[in-house]
Design a protein around this ligand. Structure first.
Ligand SMILES: CC(C)(COP(=O)(O)OP(=O)(O)OC[C@H]1O[C@@H](n2cnc3c(N)ncnc32)[C@H](O)[C@@H]1OP(=O)(O)O)[C@@H](O)C(=O)NCCC(=O)NCCS
Length: 111
């Protein structure tokens, strides 16, 4: 296998993040804070990072897609605070029904 084909995304619920793995190595992650309001559970996505050695190959996009699909499958909504996730959502309106605009109580929880 060549290029990025062997890199896989997975949820790490214990650490509240989605990860990209190249073999055993975590080479990218998108982090969230779990939150709940009257409308139900949601995830506040606040940071995305791809290792420099893997940049510019569409991996953040792959990771964001896995994280948003996983959030939908978990029947949760999401709050985009991370600029990368915001940009990804602007290009992928199919996730629009999941999005909750950031409020002060969300931002107060972001590290
Ligand atoms: C930003 C980052 C996650 C992108 O990872 P990547 O795998 O190289 O990204 P991809 O190849 O999947 O996507 C590149 C796209 O991301 C966009 N992008 C790059 N940096 C961005 C940022 N900070 N905010 C929003 N969009 C960004 C690019 O404009 C490009 O868009 P295009 O596909 O329309 O040309 C990576 O460079 C990184 O870890 N940077 C340091 C941490 C950071 O700034 N994180 C983002 C804010 S939390």
């Amino acid at each position: 296998m060549t290029g990025t084909a062997a890199i896989v995304a997975r949820h790490n619920p214990e650490w509240h993040r989605y990860e990209l793995l190249d073999g055993d190595a975590v080479i990218g992650k998108t982090l969230y804070v779990p939150f709940e309001d009257a409308a139900g559970p949601l995830r506040i996505f606040y940071h995305t990072r791809i290792d420099d050695a893997y940049a510019g190959q569409g991996l953040a996009s792959r990771l964001a897609g896995a994280a948003l699909d996983g959030t939908r499958q978990a029947r949760m909504r999401l709050v985009p605070v991370c600029p990368y996730i915001k940009a990804y959502l602007a290009k992928h309106p199919e996730y629009g029904d999941l999005v909750v605009a950031p409020r002060p109580e969300h931002l107060a929880l972001v590290p």
